[in-house]
Design a protein around this ligand. Structure first.
Ligand code: FMN
Length: 201
């Protein structure tokens, strides 16, 4: 993990989680995948609405190819060697004050993001890695996976066990390492937002 150094000490799980693309094509037992979703469902959400929904296919099952074809060609190139594919949805609506009525939720995507993070950390803890993907055909996914309009398709997630990077095409091998992060002082400010200077954002 030469590229990862924290500014302050944190639990090692946060550094061990990363997004590899070299996976070993091994089958994943369904209870393992459900354990990742178990971790995800304990995420916090506004009003405890729990807007996340998970659609999944396991390598070798009847839905695998259908799920794989919903990714863009770049992602299919490497995710075809994953062990599970998960589509994470969020419910745009939440209960309203009036019984039986629903109203738009402001935090459904934010909450789904928390669930994704928990899923990914649990995957790392179990010897898998989870790789999030926005590179998917959202319109086709809605049709093929019969997702009602009320639900937003957030991302797809490839889960698998790591393989040797040598199995990847050369251009992906170069990117197959845990990435660094901006320093804390670029993104955390005591007090209000700092005055803008030059090209900073
Ligand atoms: C919402 C989201 C969408 C992403 N989409 C893709 C994608 O379509 N293809 C891909 O190869 N990586 C994708 N990634 C992986 C990111 O590039 C990666 O998480 C980021 O570079 C940080 O690296 P790390 O996860 O290894 O720490 C995505 C990650 C997230 C969280």
């Amino acid at each position: 993990m030469t590229h990862r150094k924290t500014d302050l000490p944190i639990d090692p799980i946060f550094l061990k989680r990363w997004s590899p693309r070299a996976f070993d094509s091994s089958p994943m037992p369904e209870p393992d995948l459900l354990t990742l979703i178990e971790a995800a469902r304990w995420a916090p959400s506004a009003f405890n609405v729990q807007p996340w929904r998970f659609l999944y296919a396991l390598r070798g099952d009847a839905q695998w190819q259908n799920f794989l074809e919903l990714l863009d060609s770049f992602n299919i190139g490497w995710a075809q060697n994953a062990s599970a594919l998960v589509f994470l949805l969020s419910d745009r609506l939440m209960f309203a004050d009036e019984p039986g009525k629903a109203k738009p939720s402001r935090c459904h995507s934010f909450d789904a993001g928390a669930a994704w993070a928990q899923l990914a950390l649990q995957a790392t803890r179990m010897g898998y890695q989870a790789h999030g993907m926005a590179g998917i055909d959202y319109d086709l996914s809605r049709i093929r996976l019969q997702v009602p309009e009320r639900y937003r398709i957030e991302i797809a997630i490839a889960v698998g066990r790591r393989a040797d990077a040598a199995a990847l095409p050369a251009e992906l091998q170069e990117r197959e390492f845990p990435s660094p992060r901006r320093p804390i002082d670029e993104l955390a400010f005591a007090g209000g937002f700092p005055r803008q200077t030059g090209n900073s954002h």
